[in-house]
Design a protein around this ligand. Structure first.
Ligand code: HEM
Length: 403
């Protein structure tokens, strides 16, 4: 084993002990070649300055075809992951310039700050309605009752997805991101892509005020978004629009409940909600290791050379706990300067939905703390269980006592 190869396996146990394990890797060096549980060799970049630079480094490609070839070379038997469905794979988070630039420009045109601002009263209303539904219950799973349904309802309204299909979305996206069953994930991807094809066709025939109609219009004006690109775009917005925000809300509540007094403090001073959300994004970043990247030429990371044609995971979770950048990084402290955290990425792929995510996170926490000042962790939350995903940092459940 060379100095940069490391016996670490990124598996369910790693995810369960994420921050300890990353702290050890960060101490040991700026980049290591490790393996995923199914044997794929991946390089992890561990330190803040290197992660920030790597996220914006054009030598780390996001091109999905290149990624497929590398995975097939390294894991020849992995048929499922090696051949993701083209109809949903050609989204901008899977492309390099110039295609990325072309598509991002079109989406920015349709997904405006105004569209997000206009959603503000709607997010307030949806949150209030979800909290009303708690009724006189003493205990709820906050993931089920609030953190999941809020972002899915918001993104579905934004995109124009009908109510009848919203539950299907949860099943499809959950299955897609679960790292333990790749066959089921492929089937869910096919169902979802079929539904999105129908949605796009319907909006083309009967345009509305929603974002999908806006995207169709933008692409027809310029004739620059293919059918697959359009479907992939909607797919990306859907996944990115809720699988992340659910965990911003969940991880923030967990951090707040972990220490006595924090919840009451937020209740007493609702102005704290903005720094709480930023600190939660830093403390347990919902996107753990960025998204799939690979080297198109050798890249030097803090003196460690990563050869060409290697998979690289740029660890946002590790960067945001780097003591070189954030003092006492394992302490959740809303009063620190959390600005500069990399939870929304950096560079040309910087999250397009950051403002929407912040709006949802702040609204959920503000209303929840206003209505339930006595909220605390249920006994089952003493040992929080994390979902096994290679992308998303999120809890399996979040049982709380409301009063
Ligand atoms: C990209 C995080 C919410 C849409 C990204 C990236 C990160 C991220 C880290 C860059 C990934 C990389 O470079 O590898 C988050 C987090 C969220 C969140 C932590 C919630 C707390 C949202 C929402 C939407 C959204 C609500 C849309 C409704 C996107 C899109 C991209 C993206 C479209 C791709 C941008 C591009 O490739 O140019 N997000 N996101 N995200 N996000 Fe988010």
């Amino acid at each position: 084993m060379s100095a940069t190869e490391h016996p670490t396996v990124i598996d369910a146990d790693f995810v369960q002990h994420l921050h300890e394990r990353y702290a050890a890797l960060r101490e040991a060096g700026p980049a290591h070649r490790v393996r995923t549980s199914d044997g794929l060799p991946v390089w992890v970049v561990t330190r803040y300055a290197d992660v920030r630079a790597a996220l914006a480094d054009p030598r780390l490609s996001k091109d999905v075809d290149g990624a497929r070839r590398i995975v097939q070379d390294k894991l020849p038997n992995d048929q499922v992951r090696g051949t993701p469905d083209d109809a949903i794979a050609k989204h901008m988070l899977n492309l390099d310039p110039p295609d990325h630039t072309r598509i991002r420009k079109l989406v920015v045109k349709a997904f405006t700050a105004r569209r997000v601002d206009e959603l503000c009263p709607r997010v307030e209303w949806l949150t209030a309605r979800l909290l009303d539904a708690f009724g006189d219950r003493d205990e709820v799973d906050l993931l089920d009752a609030l953190a999941f349904p809020l972002p899915i309802q918001v993104i579905c309204e934004l995109l124009g997805v009908d109510e009848a299909h919203r539950e299907d979305f949860r099943t499809w996206t959950n299955t897609l991101l679960d790292a333990s069953d790749r066959g089921a994930a492929a089937a869910a991807a096919a169902d979802l892509s079929g539904y999105l094809g129908e949605l796009v066709a319907r909006k083309r025939a009967e345009p509305d005020a929603d974002l999908v109609s806006g995207l169709i219009e933008a692409s027809e004006d310029a004739d620059r978004l293919s059918r697959d690109e359009l479907i992939s775009m909607v797919f990306l917005l859907l996944i990115a629009g809720h699988e992340t925000t659910v965990n911003l809300i969940g991880n923030a509540v967990l951090a707040l409940l972990a220490e006595p007094g924090r919840w009451r403090e937020l209740h007493a001073d609702p102005g704290l909600v903005e720094p709480v959300v930023e600190e939660a994004l830093r403390f347990d970043s919902p996107v753990m290791h960025g998204t799939f990247r690979h080297t198109v030429q050798p890249v030097d990371i803090g003196g460690v050379e990563i050869p060409a044609h290697e998979v690289v995971w740029v660890s946002i979770a590790s960067a945001n706990r780097d003591p070189q950048r954030f003092g006492e990084p394992d302490r959740f402290d809303p009063r620190r300067e959390a600005q500069g955290h990399l939870a929304f990425g950096h560079g040309i792929h910087f999250c397009l939905g950051a403002q929407l995510a912040r709006l949802e996170g702040r609204t959920a926490l503000r209303q929840l703390s206003a209505r339930f000042p006595g909220l605390r962790a249920a006994p089952a939350l003493r040992e929080p269980q994390w979902r096994y995903s290679t992308l998303i940092r999120g809890l399996r459940e979040l049982p709380v006592l409301l009063r």
